[in-house]
Design a protein. Sequence first.
Lengths: 502, 502
Amino acid sequence: MEITIDRGSREPIYQQIARQVRDLITTGKLPAGFRLPPERRLAQALGVSRSTVLIAYQELRADALIDAHVGRGTMVTPSEGTPERTEVEQELPWRQIFGAAASGFQDPLVGDLLRLTERAGAIPLSFGMPAPELLPFAELRELITGVLDDTGPAALLHSPTEGLTVLRTTLAQMMAARGVSCTPDEVLVLSGSQQGLDLAARIFLDPGDAVVVEQPSFIGALQTFRGARARLIGVPTDEHGMRTDVLESVLSRFRPKLIYTLPTFQNPSGTVLTLERRQHLLALSRRYQVPILEDDPYSELRYEGDPVPSLRALDPAGNVLYLSTFSKLLFPGMRLGFLIAPRAVLRQFALARQTADLHSNTLGQWVLDRFMQGGRMSAHMRVVRHAYRRRRDAMDAALRKAAVPGLGWQRPQGGFYFWCRLPAGVRPAALLARAAEAGVSYLPGRACFADEPPTEFIRLNFSYPDEDQIREGVARLAAAIRQETGHPDTTELQAASTRPIV
Amino acid sequence: MEITIDRGSREPIYQQIARQVRDLITTGKLPAGFRLPPERRLAQALGVSRSTVLIAYQELRADALIDAHVGRGTMVTPSEGTPERTEVEQELPWRQIFGAAASGFQDPLVGDLLRLTERAGAIPLSFGMPAPELLPFAELRELITGVLDDTGPAALLHSPTEGLTVLRTTLAQMMAARGVSCTPDEVLVLSGSQQGLDLAARIFLDPGDAVVVEQPSFIGALQTFRGARARLIGVPTDEHGMRTDVLESVLSRFRPKLIYTLPTFQNPSGTVLTLERRQHLLALSRRYQVPILEDDPYSELRYEGDPVPSLRALDPAGNVLYLSTFSKLLFPGMRLGFLIAPRAVLRQFALARQTADLHSNTLGQWVLDRFMQGGRMSAHMRVVRHAYRRRRDAMDAALRKAAVPGLGWQRPQGGFYFWCRLPAGVRPAALLARAAEAGVSYLPGRACFADEPPTEFIRLNFSYPDEDQIREGVARLAAAIRQETGHPDTTELQAASTRPIV
């Protein structure tokens, strides 16, 4: 494979690589099934960084010219109509055997991000995870052994699909403190809130059904709804959350099955839906008879200002399905979240869930229940709120200090994220490569949009890195952005707006 | 609600109740939304057993005349075209909002069985669970604290979607001992093998796609495939497992997407597919290019005779997806199973799984890995094999001792179940009621069939009850069967063959 790099060219290096490989493939010089050199090796051979090759390969993958196979490397994709021939044993044509739904599960973004950040010394501002060092490990360890001593083998045996009754009762009590009135049998324990999204999609959405999402919205939800082959209808947002004035015309026009919203400290935008808009949203839900799926992982992580009631707290008619999780507050590895829903809906979730994973792991449920008893959760929340407020302030200060011309952001009152608008002229793919090279990662904003993604947003996380990492990460990122704005390239800018990064 | 019981009548009491309630509903005397008295109260009022009322309600529910709402009791279903009216707040018409897939998740059988056995003193022969008292609890407790001490918070944090690398490596080693050659990156850790069935259905099956299942087969798989709205094509079995001679015509006629099989100690029949048939099945899979989903929860639970290689061990072409679990061998509450599949398939499973529950609980994976290291698993397997062999023999002896005329069974060489053929003339619904009343439960065989279910089979479990319970449970059941055969009723027999029990 012959590739030449012209360092004097205005064409970015990753594009030079992608262009030449593309030519080799389309002219048949690299046949279907040809194994491309591993990124690291090609990078060494060409004297460029590994992330430059990674971005080039991503471009080629987005064009379906190459395909990555775990453990076997990256290979040239067979073109339509010319099936791959092998002399040895013929593998089944898996892609043809897969159902239509399988094509919905194709977004390798998360995996690519993890690869970008696996370089030693890279500062991850891309995740959505709590700080590992704030986990109340000693307490949890004590609770785990305490539960085992008290319950005996029962903690390792089957438990009800809906969740342990003790935990459902405790969760109903916790929700009362959040202003929500519900009974334990309206609570369903989940293996993380992602499972709630998944079950909701399976219960409500047939292929082609419309579902309303905010623009931008949570990637995991977009992936799930796409996996269900639903039609995603994006409603714009501003600094006060979803534009409910736009929602009304969407509801009358598309008759969606579900309105999906993160009203409080939205992921990724960090905004809070105002009380007026909450009332408006609920009124529209009632008028058009469309249920609301309220995703609320972050509302307990408020660092200033007064709480706003959840949609579920404001909803007497039972139109709101309320989803939350302990992955952001306590221990993501235990996979525990919960749903609050009217009994008829909860029963349907439980039936679907019997065929999914039967129930959540029993030991984790016992431990969570004990942790919430006796004030441990409140004490823990005080600790993390304090630490995250400092981290948020550190990120805000670092962004101010960097003073990148044209870079915009709002300091969020809670949650995990800064949502930043890049200066005009920054090429998203090139910035990602530069940032990776500089040792900092972020989430490209376009992944958070249902359609026609704007390219100028990025999401920065401040919960996972500590204050020093935040300062250093923002400084590295600011330098990368400055370099990029110093090299505007209108050709690339246009290309990027029609070609996905991943 | 006026109901009269005629104890002199040949019509069984549960039918008298069902018939009279049916008349009250169809004549409009009980309107839609009318709440029927709780089973216990009606039973007291009529002076009959609670299970008699339960069976009557099941009949009415099967006819869609009534519907059970968790927490609100059993109510008369609105008839088509006359929507339920309520003066107070209007609940959303959830059933209309649910997608088509929701109708696939409706089988309340498992819940009903649990209700039947929740009576104090009832002996459950209906489950498919390991013996709680054989769980190596002290060792597991020690391992859990050991893992926490060694890993620190990491055991409570996120882990890869495919599973911890250490565990995948250990599982690949374990499979080598089972005669299967695979690499760690061909292993996907699952939240129980039920999740593997679920993901397989989502990846392979579009609505209307055909999937081959054995007749009889595992209820959880049938429910999952029905939930995916697949077309279940049943292939008959005999004492040597699936009739592969019949399979060939099925494959050419229906072009199924998947062949689902439990070749070793099948659930529910206990049979083992012969080596010749295994080879035949694999040859057919290759010829018709249909992948095989091999479900293997029980092969390690062999009590006599020589092991037969798994399909995966015999398959060099990579047509077999191999599914197994630790819920039958070790601790069902941790929800851990695994899949072995070609990399292209594994990647698709992992992508689908990212939208389902992200990953299996991290602590459980660490504990399982440690347990398998250092010979603990082999020692544990020796203990449970010994105990289950004794229980199997106890059940065999109890069935012989009872000597119920016309009752047929085969003593299984391994696994968890006896599959029994009832004497001619036994009415399945009536037997279930009698058994519940006598304080013993079992799994009605018809739940295990894809279509045209025969009514004369029942499944008895010998792993969960101890030897005394097995003896007492079989004696109670035998008495119930004798009572039933003493009262043949041809009318009921015909009715039962067209009306489902649940």
